[in-house]
Design a protein around this ligand. Structure first.
Ligand code: NAD
Length: 313
């Protein structure tokens, strides 16, 4: 198949593109490189069936020829982006998704848009099922992302209702692995960076808030299965194994052999206290569940950070 991946220079987009190329597909990757890495594009460009187009998804897309699948992973996604890039995020989730939906309609392509567990906000239900409507502050510091992604889900649902566009909506929970941005601001890269530099590991609050982490190869498998299924409703993709933030910091210290200390700092506003996916829908409809155990995934991630320390991204 000929497949378009928007956001191919980013963390998940890079791994997804690699997987699609490995499966024998032709991939047109697009990215405006606002948070993506040229190094990721350079690695993909070594592949003959990969074509890169530097492009902003908020503008009309001029890719010619047949395209059967469109994966949209193009959106700044780190908490550090929620301040300086808040309008870019809202544009990617609204105008950007709209342009890709138009493109998919013209090409008769399926469109998968990477949604997020953030649509559940600071959840009052635990674990979160897809039927939960969420608890989101529409004017809070995370609103650009949470509400942007909620709008994108509504937009796709409307495109299906009005035009019959084939849509797929994975709600992705915390994903991690090699090729994450060093300055990503998310918990795991931050802890690894701090541990490797010998700096204190900054744990928000007492660290008793929980997170669940899905290794990126598991997530990519879920995205591909969802795309090739006939499931149009949102599907949670994440790893239900939950750990506290403090435990994650301690595991990073052990894996890196770092002598850094743990420093407790105030928790950011609207930081979710609990976050764990209920993945029964993915298990039932896609036959999917994560297979990479956390110790293995953490070790592979730490190894990548150690190997790329100080290199250009
Ligand atoms: P990332 O920042 O590494 O990748 C995003 C990519 O999109 C970057 O290469 C960036 O340059 C590109 N991009 C951003 N805006 C663009 C635009 N307007 N036009 C073209 N390209 C643009 O982020 P990621 O972690 O790989 O996330 C990918 C997608 O998955 C995002 O939509 C994100 O919301 C979603 N997601 C990620 C996670 C996670 O844990 N990483 C969790 C939930 C949802």
């Amino acid at each position: 198949m000929r497949i378009l991946v928007a956001g191919c220079a980013g963390f998940i987009g890079y791994h997804l593109t690699e997987r699609l190329l490995r499966d024998g597909h032709e991939v047109v990757g697009i990215d405006n490189l606002c948070t993506g890495s040229r190094e990721n594009v350079a690695q993909l460009a070594a592949h003959a069936r990969f074509q890169f187009c530097e492009h902003d998804i908020t503008r009309p897309l001029g890719v010619e020829g047949p395209v059967e699948r469109v994966y949209d992973l193009a959106c700044p996604a780190s908490p550090v982006d929620f301040g300086p890039r808040r309008l870019e995020i809202m544009a990617a989730c609204s105008r950007g998704v709209w342009e890709l939906a138009e493109f998919a309609r013209r090409h008769g392509a399926r469109l998968l848009h990477a949604s997020t567990s953030e649509v559940y906000g600071d959840p009052q239900e635990h674990p979160q099922r897809e039927t939960y409507w969420g608890h989101v502050n529409p004017i809070g510091p995370r609103a650009c992302y949470d509400e942007g992604k909620r709008f994108a889900e509504a937009l796709l649902t409307s495109c299906h209702a009005c035009y019959g566009t084939e849509i797929r909506i994975p709600r992705i929970f915390n994903t991690y692995g090699p090729n994450m941005r060093w300055d990503d601001g998310r918990m795991l890269p931050t802890f690894i960076d701090q541990a490797l530099r010998g700096a204190p590991l900054t744990v928000h609050g007492d660290g008793s808030q929980t997170r669940s982490f899905c290794f990126v190869s598991d997530l990519v498998e879920g995205l591909v299965r969802l795309m090739e299924s006939d499931v149009r409703e949102p599907v949670n993709l994440g790893n239900p194994a939950e750990i506290t933030v403090l435990t994650a910091a301690q595991e990073v210290l052990r894996l890196t052999g770092s002598r850094s200390v743990i420093a407790h700092v105030p928790r950011p506003k609207d930081d979710p206290a609990l976050r764990r996916p209920d993945i029964s829908r993915a298990e039932t409809l896609l036959g999917w569940r994560p297979v990479v155990e956390r110790p293995d995934g953490f070790a592979r991630t730490v190894e990548w950070f150690q190997r790329t320390m100080g290199k250009p991204q």
